[in-house]
Design a protein around this ligand. Structure first.
Ligand code: 6PG
Length: 244
């Protein structure tokens, strides 16, 4: 897999709606380029609140849905109909409103008693989908990400074992004792494009650490150094004082 060396793009948009508009442009451009080059586009979604309006705008697009495959970069360990489910949020905001073939939607399983079994199951699903040989990693066309106030991304939380897992695609995350299923930093770093969407002043302290040349505290989002393009789209409230 040949991808360009990492290119970092940082844009600060005037407000959240401009951030969402810009993220829509980037996502559409990347998906259309992927389809043109490889016949399909693979996108992994972020959870949380920031990306929801982006998903709502994607639901208004006229796209070759049969060529688009949707995954999640992480998932809370709850059923899809649980209010905390990232899958449920994306289905309500977007996926249930467009004619995506059901086989093109690849949710993270959360039904196994042991979350480690769910992680292994999803890893096997990805290996089959991307036709991977053992020990190799797929390059998602786009992986959408957010950051928490603590600098976590996906479900890679500070001081958790998930940060050390580098030889797997999928692992079990841990948020305050609650299990999550998450892409590993290694999988994210194989992406053609990793795209962070960050809004709100509460994210400034974490961003300062993440963007610092070096930092003694490990803010997990610092681990995201994709082989392809690294995009940071920030609203003014989050990114105004950033020394890029
Ligand atoms: C999740 C997300 C998580 C999210 C950040 C930011 O499952 O919660 O994947 O990594 O991106 O917590 O969440 P907000 O967008 O709600 O600030």
């Amino acid at each position: 897999m040949e991808v360009e060396t990492m290119q970092k793009i940082v844009e600060v948009l005037p407000d959240k709606s401009a951030l969402i508009e810009r993220s829509l442009e980037v996502v559409l451009t990347k998906m259309q380029a992927a389809i043109a080059q490889r016949g399909i586009a693979t996108i992994a979604l972020a959870g949380g609140g920031t990306p929801k309006p982006l998903y709502e705008k994607l639901a208004e697009q006229d796209l070759p849905w049969e060529k688009i495959h949707v995954f999640w970069g992480d998932e809370r360990y709850v059923p899809a109909d649980h209010p905390d489910s990232n899958e449920g949020m994306a289905r309500r905001a977007w996926l249930d409103k467009v004619p995506l073939p059901p086989a093109n939607i690849h949710p993270i399983p959360t039904g196994a008693t042991d979350p480690a079994d769910a992680a292994a199951q999803h890893e096997a699903e990805l290996q089959a989908f991307f036709k991977l040989s053992a020990g190799t990693f797929p390059a998602f066309d786009i992986i959408l990400l957010g950051i928490g106030d603590d600098g976590h991304t996906a479900s890679l939380f500070p001081h958790t074992d998930a940060l050390q897992v580098r030889d797997r695609l999928i692992t079990v995350g841990n948020k305050d004792g609650q299990p999550r299923i998450t892409f590993t930093a290694t999988l994210i770093n194989h992406a053609y494009t990793a795209l962070f969407l960050v809004a709100g002043a509460s994210k400034r302290p974490a961003l300062d650490h993440i963007f610092a040349p070096d930092d003694d505290t490990l803010y997990p989002a610092r681990l995201i150094q994709p082989q392809g393009e690294l995009w940071w789209l920030l609203d003014q409230a989050a990114g105004a004082e950033l020394d890029q």
